[in-house]
Design a protein around this ligand. Structure first.
Ligand code: CMP
Length: 138
């Protein structure tokens, strides 16, 4: 399953009307969209999704932000999907992201960095399972 990854277009990017541009960037980068939907997480859901970061000083800020507005969640398919998606989005901090990456183009800050990407195939599977049921993955 190293051809699947999970992405979120975060509340900052949805609010700034970048959803369409980022979706297009995904397709132009050669990913197939297995599924996509708009959601709004509760604080509790955001805390569960980012449980791995619950010991970090930014956990409260992160989960407040991720539950502050609509997100688009996506299951993406491409050979070597996790690494390819991380290359496409660029470094976590947009100040460090390469030119032409999604975070360089659309993110404002480390905390509000436009998109999320899974860091491993194992986590991609878990994260897809968090948001999608089997019949939604086409
Ligand atoms: P993401 O790929 O969604 O995974 C965890 C998120 O935590 C990350 O993107 C950033 O948006 C956020 N993050 C990481 N480091 C910090 C930090 N120092 N301060 C605030 N948010 C952070």
């Amino acid at each position: 399953m190293n051809n699947i990854t999970f992405a979120i277009i975060k509340p900052d990017a949805v609010n700034n009307n970048f959803t369409g541009k980022i979706y297009n960037h995904i397709l132009k980068s050669g990913f197939k969209v297995l599924s996509a939907k708009l959601i709004k997480m509760s604080k509790h859901q955001a805390q569960n999704f980012y449980l791995i970061h619950n010991d970090k000083p930014f956990y409260n800020e992160l989960t407040d932000f991720m539950s502050s507005g609509k997100c688009m969640v996506l299951a993406l398919k491409k050979d070597n999907a996790v690494n390819e998606w991380r290359k496409t989005i660029g470094a976590t901090n947009p100040d460090d992201a390469r030119e032409g990456t999604i975070r360089k183009l659309y993110a404002n800050s480390l905390a509000e960095n436009a998109v999320h990407g899974s860091d491993s195939s194992e986590n991609a599977k878990k994260e897809i399972g968090f948001f999608f049921s089997e019949i939604e993955l086409i």
